[in-house]
Design a protein around this ligand. Sequence first.
Ligand SMILES: Nc1nc2c(ncn2[C@@H]2O[C@H](COP(=O)(O)OP(=O)(O)OP(=O)(O)O)[C@@H](O)[C@H]2O)c(=O)[nH]1
Ligand SMILES: [Mg+2]
Length: 451
Amino acid sequence: MNVKNTDTIAAIATPRGNAGVGVIRISGSATKEIIQKLCATDLEPRKATLAKIHDQQNRLIDQVLLIFFPSPHSFTGEDILELQGHGGTIVLDMLLEHVLSLGCRQARAGEFSERAYLNGKIDLAQAEAIADIIESHTRSAVRGAMRSLEGEFSKEVYKLVEDLVHLRMLAEAYMDFPDEEISEIPQKEFTDKLDDLTNGIRQLLAMASKGNLLRDGFHLVLAGKPNAGKSSLLNILTKNDTAIVSEQAGTTRDIIRDRIDLDGLVIDITDTAGLRHTTDVIESEGVRRAQKELEKADRVLLIIDEADYDQELAGELLDFVDDETPVTIIRNKIDLLGKQPEIIKNNNQYEILLSIKTGIGVDLLYQHLREVVATESLTEGVFTARRRHLEALQEAQALLLNAAGHLTPFIQLELLAEDCRQAQKSLNTITGEFSSEDLLGRIFSSFCIGK
Ligand SMILES: Nc1nc2c(ncn2[C@@H]2O[C@H](COP(=O)(O)OP(=O)(O)OP(=O)(O)O)[C@@H](O)[C@H]2O)c(=O)[nH]1
Ligand SMILES: [Mg+2]
């Protein structure tokens, strides 16, 4: 491994606040020198050594454990020192200040992970997985991110890239064929290889979409006329008294968000202002915000008071939701009409009769959510993925479709090869084989300091 020679960085790697232990990480070529200045001895690799750390005036700052990870067998690939002190905010600040005075600088957000990536210890998708593990809200999200960190996602990407390289080589081999021998170009081989690749990308995209859901959560938006019971539904789903519920129509104006864990998947639930035309300035701003939320929904629950329910009202409310977004109609307050809970499926349209206030039929809603979100298939063997990964896969898919267009009515191998080259570039942005400074900056700066 060729470790780049860089300056030395340090940061507190544990969160601020009081804890038993706090960790400071130091990485870079001056690490050994800093160890000498800290404790005047060399440290045995990967062995904990107890040391007293004094400041420049020889006052004791803290008693710490030092662990040295020599290059290249460290997280960043560089020499690393980990310093475990007492986990108080002030004492760690004092320790860090001292360490910085010995010849290193404060690390930027994500800089340790960035160095690990630049030194080839992990690829970009794996670096992102580290951030995802830390930020996971459910156990399945942790497991998914761990699979990405283990390289399961990257492995699939590398496989596709390898196939693309073969296809490009094949194209190159026939590229300069004279016109009279054009019939010898194995058109079927090109078509088959392109088909295989497109299928491979489609499958990976399906997996990555699930992984993205696991990471980002499923966005469920509650909407409907005022007083239909939206806030009541938010409260029972979250088992929390989050939103104000009242018999007054137009209670909710702000967007209210909460989240639940449904079989390991985060469901972000958004309660909105009742959809109606109003002259009240604040309420109409609420309606505008509600409409904006509807655009972002993975599914909308349209809540209707069963006493008002008819096709016309349902149609009027459905007009607020774009055609792409799946909708479930919740026909609420059946307790007042003495109706039985029921789930009705018409083509792909679901309606559930229930009573939020009494809880009758709410189990049908849970069952329905589990089905539409497919929580079971989400937790088995899925690795986490980010939106940018999905976009890269989609771009590669579109380019390969384009490439297939260069096989008929006549074969244009230069154009085909160029599309394949671009598709390869798209795939390479996932693992970071190809990446711009800009992209790296964006990814690593969203990490926290010390990571
Ligand atoms: N009887 C009965 N009342 C209900 C039911 N669900 C909600 N309510 C009542 O309906 C009224 C309105 O409920 P909310 O949850 O505030 O309705 P909302 O849709 O959030 O209303 P806005 O925020 O004003 O748009 C409250 O008095 C609730 O107690 C139900 O299943 N049965
Ligand atoms: Mg409300």
